[in-house]
Design a binder for this molecule. Sequence first.
Ligand SMILES: O=C(O)CCC(=O)C(=O)O
Length: 199
Amino acid sequence: MPFSNHYRQIPIDNGLLLYFPEILDKSESDRFMHRMKQEIQWKQETIRIFGKSYPTPRLTAWYGDEGKDYSYSGLKLSPNKWVDFLVELKSKIEISCGFGFNSVLLNWYRDGNDSMGWHSDDEKELGRNPVIASLSLGAPRLFRLRNKHDHKKSIGIVLENGSLLLMADSLQHHWQHSLPRTTRPIVDRINLTFRAIID
Ligand SMILES: O=C(O)CCC(=O)C(=O)O
């Protein structure tokens, strides 16, 4: 595939999973992370799971083109207006992976207690075979995938500082993903999932 950055394909049944270890170097990652902590409109949302409300174990923010609303876990998010450094990152990622995006979900994991539960990115706004470009900044964290139909089939990938994981084709139909808690003493991490919301 004609990608400008070095990448490897992670073998998985049903779906495409590509890992680009160094989309950003350490100084670029530090610079973007610093600006995100200062300038992004972070919120701790309340989500509903099996009828009960819980604060999300992380901070989140949704940015995108006007009207690109996104709903998940009982939340309806309206986009914040793009800021310059998110547009810069979006362009860089579009050039690296060859897909276009109109929105981004940011998650700030403040320490190892912050996490993301099992889910697929399969909301109808994302279309039939969503392409998700997931950029990781800060502490390396284990990202897990498990087969929806057979949970014993699973894989783990450590997402390094400055890396990009591209999930595409039918992956979201067959696999769930999560970011488990860890008891290791670690610094914080910000993850950005660039998405294309369809009309
Ligand atoms: O933080 C991560 O790597 C996972 C983010 C994620 O699963 C999502 O935004 O849907």
